[in-house]
Design a protein around this ligand. Structure first.
Ligand code: PMP
Ligand code: GLN
Length: 383
């Protein structure tokens, strides 16, 4: 194995999901819903298969999906995109992240990212031969905020890109408008590009709304925006994601993407196009449901004795098990499946500087009510 990939031989999701299977535990580790997305979307995929959509689709994505993605950007954010040159369909947000970094980061250049970071960010920066510069979130009451002075210090003449994830995995934090404004200012000052991972763009709670960095002055021409059907339509196994942005940056990501996978799988693309056009009511109802599940699981964790952080969006809530006598999240997560039949993931799997995050554990609440109720009961036996 090459040196640059040595730190990335296995993912925390694989390890904790395997433990969940081994002990028949409830898997609140890996973030995937345990019920399906909109029925009409599933039917559209079956239709696409039965009507012969089973050969290579166009490399940049089927036209109906690229048009639906462009219409979605216009309807939700007022951004106009040319579906042929400013939209690229990818194999999940994962390939979008890889394609953007491989197409835009020269070896030795730096990529600024928020810590904790989604695990593929570090691995893909390493694949590109880049260097990561992390900016920690810091505690603020029961939530987190970006460390602004660390943000300013992370940018410099060698910055190629900033990778921004809001809503944030693993913490469920939504960056404030002030945070976004500072990121925009620094990105422009250092003539870098921004890559925004907005896969949870439709899963904000308590009246919050998504504010794309691309909308800030001077940012449209230097921002690639990434999203995925996985989260919006609860189909993580379909692996349909996309990138939108200015044509030159999309072309850079496309150049890399075409040699990663050539094309994405065909029949799911028209189905996602159908969902983007017709199922946004389902998405809104699903987000309201997730907000309620967030509250139920957060309360259950509190009752079980955890110190629980505020989750503002997405699939996850972070909790501190130190009041229960556990100071190491990895140890806790390795022990729980066998001990009480619940799996989770340690936040320290998503960081460079382990110290501030060592104790913290991430739980997924994108699960059926009865599953959350059973997990709550099992967690209650920890005391
Ligand atoms: N980015 C973030 C922040 C995620 O949480 C995930 C997965 N849940 C991804 C990217 C990957 O998305 P996909 O499954 O569409 O590849
Ligand atoms: N994004 C999901 C999570 O954070 C799944 C990740 C994965 O399986 N690679 O749990």
């Amino acid at each position: 194995l090459v040196d640059r990939m040595r730190p990335f031989t296995s993912t925390v999701f694989a390890e904790m999901s395997a433990l969940a299977v081994k002990h028949d535990a409830i898997n609140l580790g890996q973030g995937f819903p345990d019920s399906d997305g909109p029925a009409s979307m599933l039917a559209a995929a079956v239709d696409a298969i039965e009507s012969g959509g089973n050969q290579y689709p166009p490399g940049i994505g089927v036209p109906s999906l690229r048009h639906a993605i462009a219409a979605h950007e216009r309807d939700h954010y007022g951004i106009d995109r040319d579906p042929d040159s400013q939209v690229l369909v990818t194999v999940g947000a994962t390939e979008a992240i890889a394609g953007a970094l491989l197409g835009l980061v020269e070896p030795g250049r730096e990529v600024v990212m928020i810590e904790p970071y989604y695990d593929s960010y570090a691995a893909c920066v390493a694949l590109a031969g880049g260097v990561r510069r992390t900016v920690p979130l810091v505690r603020d009451g029961d939530g987190f905020v970006l460390d602004r002075s660390a943000l300013a210090a992370a940018f410099g003449p060698n910055t190629a890109a900033v990778l921004v994830n809001s809503p944030h995995n693993p913490t469920g934090t939504v960056l404030t408008d002030d945070d976004l404004a500072q990121i925009a200012r620094l990105t422009i000052e250092y003539d870098a590009v921004a890559i925004t991972d907005e896969v949870y763009e439709h899963l904000l709670f308590d009246g919050r709304g998504q504010h794309p960095l691309a909308l800030l002055p001077g940012m449209a021409e230097r921002t690639l925006r990434i999203s995925s059907a996985a989260k919006t339509f609860a189909c993580t196994g379909w692996k349909v994601g996309w990138i939108t942005g200015p044509a030159d940056l999309v072309a850079a990501a496309r150049a890399a993407k075409q040699f990663l996978t050539y094309v994405g799988s065909g029949p799911f693309q028209p189905a996602v196009a159908h969902a983007l056009r017709t199922e946004m009511d389902w998405v809104r109802a699903n987000a309201a449901d997730l907000a309620r599940k967030r509250t139920v699981l957060s309360n259950a964790l509190r009752t079980a004795g955890f110190d629980v952080h505020r989750s503002e969006a997405g699939y996850f809530v972070c909790a501190d098990p130190r009041p229960l006598g556990y100071s190491d999240g990895f140890e806790f997560c390795r022990e729980m499946p066998a001990r009480i039949g619940v799996a989770a993931v340690p936040v320290s799997a998503f960081v460079d500087d382990d110290q501030p995050w060592r104790h913290l554990v991430r739980f997924a609440f994108c699960k059926r009510d009865e599953v959350i109720a059973e997990a709550a009961e099992r967690l209650g036996s920890l005391r």
